[in-house]
Design a protein around this ligand. Structure first.
Ligand SMILES: Cc1ncc(COP(=O)(O)O)c(C=O)c1O
Length: 366
């Protein structure tokens, strides 16, 4: 493995310093929650080594989200990031080939790079509404392809696959004899009915998700992977045991409580995010210096500039932060030009969001 730090992490607000940012529109989750916001007090837990696959009740709650899944199909991991790492390092070696969509959450691109496998990127284009044509996956698959990796709802565009597109990907990868990874980290933030948990559709499909984004608890570092293939699950468990033996007893306890309250937490949150999206929509449609593809899930969108700002994109990002105190995720976080940026509308308050949007408009003008 050849590790390199990813720009999205080097330049993340927590590394840069939250206190130095006034209007933070760079986040990809809803607002961070306190234990008290969730009505939780940590009990007197025994700090033992927990079940290696993750606390059974937590896994049952996760499995209940999909069709035909049981707790045995679930492995609790250190965030979705941990799940993605386990999957990439378990399935890919330098002799293998991966097909992955781009832009994408950076780990989906970077870990395969660190492994040194052959990679074909299927680039999603603004002009196509960032939609994935499954035929492009067919064209990218080679006899050495072991894994096809997609993300839905997508980060950074917020675009979703249709059910027909997901089914096509399942069929294409089955025919090719490779695995399909669906990163479903934003699934609970689908504005229309969510797609099924993909791992429930076939044994060769792996789903990944976490509590970080929809529930605002990235600090408990709880995610999971789901696979109905028992042999593959053993490999994933072996990887997980070599990394950390088991997860954190405290984190898993909190995660279980959050999952149990899912039915109360999600509906108001989705309504709130829908309203937020309305605010962004009204702003961007009156902003001639930007264009976008309206998202249908998640809490981010990926607008692009319609003309070069004064001082170029560098000047724009500098003014935005230094003069206006606002922060967004520049395109290079996602291996795209900096004329695109990721705007997160779920994390700030309404007032902060409005101030951040006004700051973007001002910084675009110089
Ligand atoms: C698509 C996607 N997958 C996975 C992750 C990792 O999230 P976590 O490890 O906090 O669950 C992120 C975080 O931004 C993401 O956007």
């Amino acid at each position: 493995m050849r590790y390199a730090r990813m720009p999205i992490e080097v330049e993340s607000p927590e590394e840069y310093g939250y206190a130095r940012i006034r209007w933070n529109l760079s986040e990809s989750s809803v607002a961070d929650q306190k234990l008290s916001d969730l009505g939780l007090t940590i009990p007197d837990l025994t700090l033992l080594y927990g079940e290696h696959r993750g606390r059974i009740r937590l896994r049952e709650l996760i499995a209940a989200e999909g069709q035909g899944l049981s707790a045995d199909d679930v492995l609790v991991t250190t965030g979705a990031a941990g799940a993605l790492f386990i999957i990439a390092t378990s399935l890919l070696s330098a002799d293998d080939h991966l097909v992955v969509i781009r832009p994408n959450y950076a780990t989906n691109l970077e870990t395969p790079k660190a492994i040194g496998c052959a990679v074909t990127h299927v680039d999603l284009a603004f002009e196509d509404g960032f939609r994935l044509d499954p035929e492009r996956i067919v064209a990218a698959i080679t006899p050495r392809t072991r894994l096809v990796s997609v993300t839905c709802p997508h980060n950074p565009t917020g675009v979703m696959l249709s059910r027909a597109e997901l089914d096509a990907l399942v069929a294409i990868t089955a025919r090719a004899g490779c695995r399909l990874l669906v990163d479903e980290t934003y699934r609970d933030l689908s504005f229309d009915a969510p797609l099924p948990v993909a791992a429930g559709l076939s044994e060769h499909v792996i789903s990944v998700a976490s509590l970080s984004k929809a529930y605002g608890v990235p600090g408990i570092r709880i995610g999971w992977l789901v696979s109905r293939d028992p042999a593959l699950r053993e490999v994933f468990l072996a990887a997980s045991e070599q990394i950390s033996i088991c997860g954190s007893v405290m984190d898993e306890w909190v995660a279980e409580q959050v999952m149990q309250r899912r039915g109360q937490i999600l509906p108001p949150r989705l309504a709130q995010m829908h309203a937020r999206l309305g605010r962004v929509s009204a702003w961007i449609e009156g902003e001639p210096l930007l264009e976008w593809v309206k998202p249908s899930g998640g809490v981010v969108c990926f607008p692009r500039m319609t003309s070069e700002p004064p001082g170029g994109t560098e000047g724009f990002y500098r003014r935005l932060l230094e003069d206006h105190g606002a922060y967004v995720g520049p395109g290079h976080w996602f291996e795209r030009p900096d004329s695109y940026f990721r705007l997160g509308y779920g994390w700030p308050t309404d007032r902060e969001l409005d101030a951040g949007l006004a700051a973007i408009s001002a910084a675009l003008r110089g």
